[in-house]
Design a protein around this ligand. Structure first.
Ligand code: PRP
Ligand code: URA
Length: 209
């Protein structure tokens, strides 16, 4: 699928396997989520625009490439997407951070919005939406809908684990969005959880339930 990249670097695969283990505690889960986000971000951001700038080295003055344009926007989908933000900020410390609050109804599995605040001008920024889990794809599609309604144009979506159903749904709804995932799992279960997955990402990151 065009615009869909599976980032299957061995380090990412190894760290995802530790995340899956139900014996992995909150502390380690948080650190690994950030580390995976950083490794994924390194690849997902390889097309960031550059512009030559003049720099004086101890030897001479030269023209050398620096990131150009408006600062990157990282937009986590609350809550679990927050767990990936520091990993991206480690790569791009000057990035702005927006937030989209969505929760999935436990019965209908439909996403509900409760918060949206984006850095402006959003239309001039590369936007990286983060959420560890792309399950039915409902939350991801809704988040990208919101960002586009607010004027966002250049959007990347990063998920650590995706279900085939969610990946297809997001790609079909927003074919212009570049999607990066660490692993595509087998399927969704009757509760719309990813199998084998890693359970509830938000609860594992924040130690709830
Ligand atoms: C989880 C996850 C995604 C969503 C994925 O969030 O972090 O946002 O479910 O499911 P979908 O693809 O079927 O929409 P949840 O609603 O559990 O909220 P939380 O992050 O606050 O725990
Ligand atoms: N949200 C999660 O946190 N995990 C899943 O498997 C599906 C949705």
């Amino acid at each position: 699928m065009e615009n869909v990249t599976i980032l299957d670097h061995p380090l990412i695969q190894h760290k995802i396997s530790i995340l899956r283990n139900k014996a992995t505690g909150t502390n380690e889960f948080r650190s690994l989520t950030d580390e995976i986000a950083m490794l994924m971000g390194y690849e997902a951001l390889r097309d960031l625009p550059l512009e030559d700038a003049e720099v004086e080295t101890p030897i001479e003055t030269c023209m050398t490439p620096m990131l150009s344009g408006k600062k990157l926007a990282v937009v986590p989908i609350l809550r679990a997407g927050l767990g990936m933000v520091n990993g991206i900020l480690a790569l791009v410390p000057s990035a702005k951070v927006g937030h989209i609050g969505l929760y999935r109804d436990e019965v209908t599995h439909q996403p509900h919005e409760y918060y949206c605040k984006l850095p402006s001008p959003i239309e001039l920024r590369t936007i990286v939406v983060t959420d560890p889990m792309l399950a039915t794809g409902g939350s991801a599609v809704e988040a990208v809908d919101f960002i586009k309604q607010h004027g966002g144009r250049t959007i990347k979506f990063m998920a650590i684990i995706a279900a085939p159903e969610g990946l297809k749904r997001l790609h079909e709804a927003h074919p212009d969005v570049q999607i990066y995932v660490g692993h595509v799992d087998r399927c969704l279960n009757e509760n719309a959880y990813i199998c084998p997955g890693l359970g509830d990402a938000g609860d594992r990151i924040f130690g709830t339930k």
